[in-house]
Design a protein around this ligand. Structure first.
Ligand code: GTP
Ligand code: IMP
Ligand code: MG
Length: 340
């Protein structure tokens, strides 16, 4: 029995989608449960030449034997939910995806209030997906829950009960977080953050698993940092320097150009501490060091890359167990066996 949580170590878009796809393909958990804020997230998943952008469905969806759950802490937009059911039709997710009956619903009014708010949309640079207003209605105790929506009748369950029963039966559960440490309402760059905490403890609570049940917290760092929206970014590079390094990214949900910066060791140390990280997944190493593109074994990495990884381990005191050298799930170096 293993219960793992995957979290983002910076301002989101660290490549969590890719890492989740890889880990769920390798480990084949019985349950993959989505935690985090809601459809403000955009996870990218790529395998066998197919590419998907997801906002609500757990990124391990293609693993046909896994049950897919959405925790009570996650906001559900029914349009996004039904769109993804169609989009992923060939993976037959309709019969194995369910959300907790207590999930708060995002209504059209929440999206309007988000997009028309000078404070949220213009100053903070929100995604405009209605998450902030919907979470605020939950706090005010006026939000609708999934159980109030008749179209969702076939898709609701008691997520904590399913997960805890599964753990009792010695099954494996994988909890996928979204966003990243720097966007946490409490520990991030307030007020330029999202509408709730985005650390491992909150992700566990989102799906109804107590802290004593968690075995592993895998934190994902990209080899450089990106940020969409406004707010402090200590290691930010100007756009020309980022382009010289060949780094240019656009948001999955909003299409906005991402700001780019160097790896931030202070942020990494704090993120590991507050998340209680036990393992690090380091992604997009190939974008920083193109020589390692698609490399699948550690020994062929250059001394420079090995040094970078060791520096992160020494500073954070957490082992780097996954090194990602390309977007496809095959482009991965897996060092987890070395921990045993
Ligand atoms: P969020 O929930 O928004 O944080 O999503 P995410 O962390 O899954 O990241 P997102 O999909 O927004 O952005 C990461 C991008 O990098 C995607 O286009 C991935 O396909 C890509 N990617 C992930 N890992 C690697 C890698 O090791 N190398 C390269 N070249 N691309 C990668
Ligand atoms: P909101 O969550 O839509 O309210 O946006 C608040 C801030 O969080 C903005 O800076 C967004 O760009 C950022 N944000 C929210 N979700 C994500 C994500 O999944 N990836 C990257 N940035 C995000
Ligand atoms: Mg993203």
């Amino acid at each position: 029995m293993t219960c793992s949580i995957l979290v983002g170590g910076a301002w989101g878009d660290e490549g969590k989608g890719k890492c989740i796809t890889y880990l769920c393909d390798k480990d084949k958990p019985n349950i993959i449960a989505r935690a985090g804020v809601g459809p403000n997230a955009g996870h990218s998943v790529e395998f066998n030449g197919e590419k998907y952008g997801l906002r609500l469905t757990p990124s391990g969806f293609f693993n046909k034997d896994s049950k897919l759950l959405i925790g009570a802490g996650v906001l559900v937009d029914r349009d996004v939910f039904f769109h993804e059911l169609e989009y992923l039709d060939k993976y037959d997710i309709k019969n194995r995806i369910q959300m907790d009956y207590r999930c708060s619903m995002i209504e059209p009014d929440h999206r309007d209030r988000d997009k028309n708010s000078k404070h949220l949309f213009k100053k903070i640079g929100s995604t405009g997906t209605g998450c902030g207003p919907a979470n605020s209605d939950r706090v005010l105790r006026t939000a609708k829950m999934a159980k109030d929506i008749s179209e969702l009748e076939n898709f609701i369950t008691n997520v904590p009960l399913e997960i805890n029963n599964s753990l009792e039966n010695s099954e494996d559960v994988f909890i996928e977080g979204s966003q990243g440490f720097g966007l946490s309402l409490y520990y991030g760059t307030y007020p330029y953050v999202t509408s709730k905490d985005t650390t491992a403890s909150t992700f566990a609570a989102d799906v109804g698993v107590g802290p004593t049940k968690i075995d592993d917290v895998i934190i994902v760092f990209k080899s450089y940092i990106t940020r969409v929206g406004e707010g402090p970014f200590p290691t930010e590079l100007n756009q020309e320097i980022a382009e010289e390094k060949g780094i240019e990214e656009y948001g999955t949900v909003t299409g906005r150009r991402r700001r780019v910066g160097d790896f931030d060791m202070n942020l990494a140390k704090e993120a590991c501490m507050i998340n209680g990280a036990t393992q690090i997944a380091l992604t997009c190493v190939d974008r920083l060091y193109p020589v390692c593109e698609r490399t699948q074994d550690y020994s062929s990495l250059s001394a420079e890359i090995k040094k970078f990884s060791t520096e992160i381990e020494d500073a954070t005191n957490v082992p780097v167990t996954i090194i990602s050298t390309g977007p496809d799930l095959k482009d991965t170096i897996d060092l987890r066996n070395e921990l045993l």
